[in-house]
Each structure stands twice: as C-alpha cells, then as structure tokens.
Design a binder for this molecule. Structure first.
Ligand SMILES: Cc1cc2nc3c(=O)[nH]c(=O)nc-3n(C[C@H](O)[C@H](O)[C@H](O)COP(=O)(O)OP(=O)(O)OC[C@H]3O[C@@H](n4cnc5c(N)ncnc54)[C@H](O)[C@@H]3O)c2cc1C
Length: 344
C-alpha cells in the first residue's frame, strides 16, 4: 500500500523525494510522450521581485530549505545540480537607482541586496538549479528501481473502491496529482483558477564576449560556454501551446541589444507552459469530495524555490496531520467547486 504520484516534473520529484526521506513507498506516473515545464525551465532562484523591488514571498525560509534539499539530491543522484552564482540587475535610470539605494538601508533587504557598481545592482543568495538534469537523472533512477510507470494517466483508469484506489492492478492509499499545466485539464481540479503561461528562452552565439556574470535587464542574460548566452525568458498568456514562436526571439533579442552591442546568431530555442495560477500561491490539499486525492501544483512562478519547502509541507500534512497554511491550501477556492456543482 502506498502513494501514487502523477507527474515527474519538479513537483512530482520533490513529493517523491519527501516520501523517500520518511520511508514511505510510492510510484511515479510520467509519460515519456508528454512534455514538461521542468525540462525547459532555466531554474534560477532569486529573492528579489525586480518590478517593485520587494522581497519574494517567504524567501528567508525558502532559500535555506532549497539549498539543503537540492544538495541532498546531488548526493542521492551523484550529479551537480546547483550553481550558486550571483545575479546583477541592470539599473536602467536614476529613479530606479534611487529606489535600489533606498532598499539598501533596510535591514530586511541587506542579506539579499548589494551596492550598485557600473550600473549593476548586486543580488545575493541567487543561483540556478539544472532542472533538466535533475528530471532526467531522477526519472532514470526511478526506472532502475521499478518505481516509474511510463504511461499517460487518465482518471477513468482509476478504480475507487471502499478505502482503496486501484490503478493498473496495483492498490494505493492515496494519489498526489503533480501534473503541472495538464492539471488545468483534469476534471478533478479544473475548477481551480489556473492562469497558465507560456515561457520561452533562446541561446545565442555572439562575435565577442559580453558578460561574465549573470545579468537581468528585463530578462536574464546567462553566460554559458565561450561567447554563448541564454536569454530567458518570456511570459505569454495567449495562444497556449508548447511550440516556440518568432515573437519570443524578437522580444528576447530586443532586451539583449538594449544593453549590448554585439552581433549574434540564435542557436537554440525552447518553449513550455508554466503551471501558473491566479493568486501566485501553490495548490496543496485534498479534493473536496475525496480525501485520498491530493494536488501539488501551481509552481509555475518561482517553482525552484517553492517546491522543496511546500512538498515537505504537504507530506507533513498527509502523514502527520499538520494543518496546511491558508495561502496554499486549495480550500481557499472551494467556493468555486461548490458553485460549479450548483450550476451543472
Ligand atoms: C521557459 C521557462 C523558464 C522557467 N524558468 C524558471 C526559473 O528560472 N526558475 C523557476 O523557479 N521556475 C522557472 N520556470 C517554471 C518551472 O518550470 C516550474 O516552476 C516547474 O518546473 C513546474 O514543475 P511541475 O512539476 O509543477 O510541472 P511540470 O514540470 O510540467 O511537470 C508535470 C509533469 O507531469 C506530466 N504529466 C502531466 N499529466 C500527466 C498524466 N496525466 N499522465 C502522465 N504524466 C503526466 C507531464 O508530462 C510533466 O512531466 C520556467 C518555466 C519555463 C517554461
């Protein structure tokens, strides 16, 4: 008897790993024919919201937790996943410079922000998780341990009898749905207020070096190999599909050419759909009508920071009865579920 996790992206991986840490058995369903946001994610974590120069939600607990968690995964998987590089914000005008400097005197911001030098404001405690490597090595490990079920899950294949759930002839106590953007199509959870968002990045090769550090103008400019940079990423709420677009190339290059004078060629491009939600807080909790069916989703924005802490929060809730925080509990949207019932 165990837990069935649907989805092998960041959410499913973190949920699985939290179960492994407490010696609970599980299987993960991930179809190799389906795309994922994790495979395309740039994987940066950053404590500052640049638009309003605010601290990101719960950053003081999320950053220490993510470092411990992903470093322990590095040991489990035997690969390097975290790169704790700095990040520099391009200070575009005097007004923003004043705004930045005003934050520097605030003790809350001091651990996360540094002084401006040559029009670049330093952001501390930032880095990048290699999401694609995490996903490929973790799923490979699950496969070797016979814990991976490579198929597309459909609700109709789930047999609910008494206290037990059965899928493909195996019995489970509970299911955790970690379906990313596909969660918005699942009838069990499609009543939640999803606000999915397509994201794209490109890689360019330039004729000369432009930066040794990771920069943010509007998008991130990340040095890779020699004269090779990733420009990441776009946010588009229209035409939601998993295909790349020429509009994204134009948008990303416009940002780059605003601060760098170099010729370039685009050598790679990727697109995916982020599982973003209206109130930007993760979705955790049980289905209103079946307390064996849980969701862990809504990680489309800042997922790298949120997933370790909130996967533990959900597992503590399920196995130790810890109360879910109101901000992440899907009970905050239950009204929509019951209103939907009344309408039909
Ligand atoms: C271009 C881009 C850049 C990004 N950059 C960053 C960044 O810098 N920092 C950051 O924190 N976040 C970033 N993100 C967001 C990040 O991708 C998400 O936070 C995170 O990866 C979401 O993980 P997830 O597991 O919820 O969803 P997913 O990664 O999409 O995983 C869900 C998985 O479930 C599988 N699945 C779904 N339904 C089924 C089913 N019925 N049967 C079988 N399998 C199923 C899917 O195939 C998928 O693999 C970025 C996203 C994009 C698109």
């Amino acid at each position: 008897m165990s837990t069935l996790i649907i989805g092998g992206g960041l959410a499913g991986i973190c949920a699985a790993e939290q179960l492994r840490k407490i010696d609970e058995s599980f299987h993960v369903v991930q179809s190799s024919a389906m795309p994922s946001s994790t495979a395309a994610a740039t994987g940066m974590y950053n404590p500052i919201v640049f638009k309003r120069l605010n601290l990101s939600w719960k950053v003081d607990v999320l950053i220490p937790e993510l470092i411990l968690f992903y470093e322990s995964l590095e040991t489990v998987l035997g690969v390097k996943l975290l790169d704790k590089h700095g990040l520099y914000k391009h200070i575009r005008n005097k007004e923003y410079e004043k705004f930045w400097n005003s934050r520097l005197n605030n003790p809350e911001y001091m651990p996360f922000m540094g002084a401006i030098e040559e029009a670049l404001g330093e952001v501390k405690q930032t880095g990048t998780l290699d999401c694609a490597l995490l996903q490929s090595t973790y799923l490979k490990k699950l496969k070797a341990e016979s814990l991976l079920i490579d198929t597309s899950f459909y609700n109709k294949d789930l047999i609910r009898t008494g206290s037990q759930l059965s899928f493909k002839g195996r019995l489970y106590d509970r299911i955790i749905f970690c379906e990313g953007a596909f969660g918005a199509e699942n009838q069990l959870f499609n009543w939640l207020p999803w606000k999915l968002c397509r994201g794209e990045w490109i890689t360019i090769k330039t004729n000369k070096p432009v930066t040794k550090v990771v920069l943010n103008n509007r998008v991130n400019i990340i040095p890779l190999d020699e004269n090779t940079y990733k420009l990441s990423s776009t946010f588009s709420w229209d035409d939601l599909d998993w295909n790349t677009t020429p509009q994204a190339v134009d948008e990303l290059l416009l940002d780059f050419t605003e601060i760098f004078d170099a010729s370039y060629e685009v050598i790679d491009q990727k697109a995916a759909i982020r599982p973003t939600v209206a109130d930007r807080r993760p979705y955790l909790g049980a289905h209103p009508d079946d307390d064996r069916l849980f969701i862990f989703n809504g990680l489309g924005s800042k997922g790298v920071m949120l997933a370790p802490y909130f996967s533990k929060h959900l597992i503590d809730h399920i196995f130790q009865g810890e109360k879910l925080m109101h901000e992440v509990d899907i009970k905050r949207h239950h009204k929509r579920y019951y209103n939907q019932d009344e309408k039909s």
